[in-house]
Design a protein around this ligand. Structure first.
Ligand code: AGP
Length: 613
């Protein structure tokens, strides 16, 4: 997860910016850099690796000035090199930019700018913004206007901070979509901007949060706020208590709520450094499996527990359809005792947020005992599962504190989507055009997730209405069946309401007996090949006096006509739609649990990582 810090005031900016980046270092990064404007003009210092490397560089080659911006990067576009490290500059070295997020259409913007004579130094998407700002400054616009015009051309979700030598007293910060927060910290004659509170709170508790499509022009005289259409904005100053846990929770009441809203950013981080969009290739660095071994694979055995098991079921759809490789999905606790049949050319894939779940670890041990190579998809860096496996794909979702897993789940889906494409490109089941289409859809996903999370939609009102129900049924077909399972688990584990997820086609073989007006039925209806079947399942529920909450396309009139409530989600690629469809289910569970006065982050009887059998 990238970190952004900026400062303008009367003190030397460099130590303040580096210290702020250090406070965000828990988010992980692979390179860091800063830019400062002083009497000598613009000075840029960047280094690969830990912040210490940047600090050492600054010791040997210091910079002076009381306005500066800094960034810790986790590569999305372009490899980990000094040239690709932020901040990025324009042709003349007069404009400098740092960004969190993805510029989805950077390739076409770059080609247009190159045609206009701009020279690019890096492989990053971010550098495009520096050249666009340069273009508008050269066209006579002031800095804030140039940034607004540049951002108007971007597609994606971005948090952007800009400096320019022609405006040596100004920092311009802007937020587009939900690729991470932009927080302004207000001091006396000095101002901070950062992607998260820990970098600001030791200096001031007076902060302003930028919302989507808002920007701030910061100087020693204060801050001005604008919408991206140029209209002035009055922003509320909030005072944040300096309590590390509260600081870590930021503006959210619960970690689960914070982690739900972090998903646009955690999804970007799940694909960082793993996709070469220009070559339409997935790069999974550090996997010890030779391409011949992957081409010769006969089967994948996925082992996991709880939410991770649901993610494994979804990964089965992705891997089987994109890499044409059969996948068996087992509960870790079952796999370890059922003497599974494992062939010499099989691979065991273990999925775990914590990497410490004893049943999943034991299943990995069983795989090793049977001589199978193991690959782990894990969030917790350095955890047992990561150490036990032959190869690891880290989620990079950042710390997940709430016991109910949310952002780790959607990142597990993106990690398996990348694995499926990687296996497809290695095994030759996926051609270039198909890969380009699949990866372009992936690039668009974080912003779409941001749109779904732009507000809580009807979930608070539905929670208010159905919080007293004793049972819920969640139904889905095909790739949405595991989403139904996940929705039921979320509700169960934090609200203590009995809930079941079921393949909708199975309803008439039993659960239909449960249906009455007291049991809400949540039906996930995609614009896919089983939509008609889902519609008739909804009719079957309605025919028994049931109440239907449909998660579906808001424009789907047929669903709206049949269901009691519709929770709208944008329709998207069938393999990635579950990432969108699960979001309202996370929110519904959250709002029901809050209304029932449950301890959302530490629900009874549950632990964040289950280290006992
Ligand atoms: C999910 O919300 C639960 N916390 C639980 O089911 C969890 O998914 C399961 O214990 C597996 O944990 P892991 O991903 O850390 O292995």
């Amino acid at each position: 997860m990238c970190g952004i810090v900026g400062y303008v005031g009367s003190r030397q900016a460099a130590p303040i910016v580096v210290n702020g980046l250090n406070r965000l270092a828990y988010r992980g990064y692979d390179s860091a850099g800063l830019a400062v404007i002083g009497e000598q003009g613009l000075a840029l210092r960047r280094s690969v690796g830990k912040l210490e490397n940047l600090s050492r560089l600054l010791e040997s080659n210091p910079v002076f000035g009381s306005i500066g911006i800094g960034h810790t990067r986790w590569a999305t576009h372009g490899s980990v090199t000094e040239t690709n490290t932020h901040p990025h500059i324009d042709c003349a070295g007069q404009v400098v930019v740092i960004q969190n997020g993805i510029v989805e259409n950077y390739l076409e913007l770059k080609q247009a700018l190159v045609a206009e004579g701009h020279t690019f130094r890096s492989q990053t998407d971010t550098e495009v913004i520096a050249h666009l700002v340069e273009k508008y400054l050269c066209g006579g616009a002031d800095l804030a206007t140039a940034v607004r015009h540049a951002l108007a051309l971007l597609r994606g979700a971005n948090a952007v901070v800009v400096l320019a030598t022609r405006y040596p007293d100004q920092i311009v910060a802007a937020r587009l979509g939900n690729a991470g927060g932009v927080t302004v910290g207000l001091g006396d004659g000095e101002i901070w901007v950062a992607s998260d509170l820990p970098a600001i709170l030791e200096h001031t508790q007076r902060v302003v949060f930028l919302e989507d499509r808002e920007m701030a022009v910061l100087s020693r005289d204060g801050a001005q706020y604008l919408r991206l259409d140029g209209t002035p904005l009055a922003k509320k100053i909030e005072t944040i208590a300096w309590d590390p846990v509260a600081a870590a929770r930021g503006r959210y009441k619960h970690f689960m709520q914070k982690e739900i809203y972090e998903q646009p950013r955690s999804l970007i981080d799940a694909l960082r450094g793993r996709v070469d969009f220009e070559a339409a290739e997935v790069r999974l660095e550090g996997l010890p499996f030779h391409p011949d071994q992957l081409r010769g694979l006969g089967r994948i055995h996925t082992v996991a527990c709880g939410t991770a098991w649901h993610a494994g079921l979804l990964g089965k759809y992705m891997i089987e359809s994109l890499a044409r490789l059969p996948v068996e999905v087992d509960y870790g606790s079952e796999f370890r005792y059922r003497d599974p049949l494992i062939q010499a050319n099989d691979l065991v894939l273990a999925i775990s947020q914590s990497g410490e779940t004893v049943d999943t670890l034991a299943a990995m041990e069983e795989a090793r005992r049977k001589g199978a190579p193991t690959l782990a998809i894990v969030n917790a860096v350095g955890s047992q599962a990561a150490r036990l496996a032959d190869g690891v794909i880290y989620l990079h979702a950042g710390p997940e504190i709430g016991v109910a897993s949310t952002k780790a789940f959607t990142s597990m889906l993106v990690a398996q989507y990348l694995l499926a494409i990687y296996l497809g490109q290695t095994r030759g089941t996926l051609g270039l055009a198909e890969r380009r289409r699949l990866l372009q859809q992936l690039a668009e996903l974080p912003n779409l997730v941001g749109q779904v999370l732009a507000d809580d939609g009807p979930c608070p009102e539905l929670a208010e209405r159905y919080q007293h129900c004793r049972d819920f049924l969640f139904l889905g077909r095909g790739i949405n069946y595991p989403v139904a399972l996940e929705g039921a688990l979320k509700l169960k584990e934090i609200s203590y309401i009995h809930a079941e997820g079921y393949p909708a086609g199975e309803m008439k073989h039993g659960p239909i007996a449960l249906i009455d007006a007291q049991m809400p039925v949540v039906a996930i209806v995609g614009r896919d090949h089983v939509r008609e079947k889902m519609l008739s399942n909804i009719e079957q529920v309605k025919a028994r006096g049931g109440v239907v909450i449909a998660v579906a396309d808001g424009e789907d009139a047929e669903v709206a006509a049949k269901a009691d409530h519709v929770v709208p989600v944008p329709q998207f690629s069938p393999l990635l739609a579950p990432v969108l469809n699960v979001l309202p289910l996370q929110l519904l569970a959250y709002h029901v649990a809050v209304r029932r006065g449950c301890d959302v982050d530490q629900p009874r009887n549950l632990a964040k990582s289950v280290t006992v059998e």
